[in-house]
Design a protein around this ligand. Structure first.
Ligand code: AMP
Length: 114
């Protein structure tokens, strides 16, 4: 059994509200939403952080963004706007070490982040 919570969501061992699944990329609702729309998109394959990406992962990361674009459209926020964020390591506030893209929308998001 993996000790990575997002690997366990990917296998279905831990439940999540799934919005998108193409076998490679999975999107599910964040358990502690910071905005009316807060979705996490992950590759099924365990990659700890952005620092661990290899050149061979370029297509995978492209697919992560394409999945985010589709989820945003399906949730009706493509035109109003949304933010995608991948936190990397301590100063960015990464707490789950399985790469994930936050998709936030449904309210005005401040910029720059505090
Ligand atoms: P980060 O700070 O970028 O590592 O974000 C981790 C995110 O994972 C946080 O927004 C958490 O609310 C979210 N999270 C943690 N556990 C779960 C879970 N079981 N299901 C859905 N989201 C989760």
């Amino acid at each position: 059994m993996s000790d990575c919570i997002f690997c366990r969501i990917a296998t279905g061992e831990i439940p999540a509200t799934t919005l998108y699944d193409d076998g490679e990329i999975l999107a599910f609702r964040d358990i502690n939403p910071e905005a009316p729309v807060h979705v996490l998109l992950i590759p099924r394959r365990h990659i700890a952080t952005l620092n661990d990406l290899a050149a061979a992962d370029a297509t995978l990361i492209g697919r992560l963004y394409l999945a985010g674009k589709q989820v945003a459209a399906e949730l009706g926020v493509a035109e109003s706007g949304y933010r995608t964020v991948i936190n990397c390591n301590r100063d960015a506030g990464q707490i789950v070490f399985h790469i994930h893209m936050h998709l936030l929308a449904g309210r005005e998001l401040g910029w720059p982040p505090g």
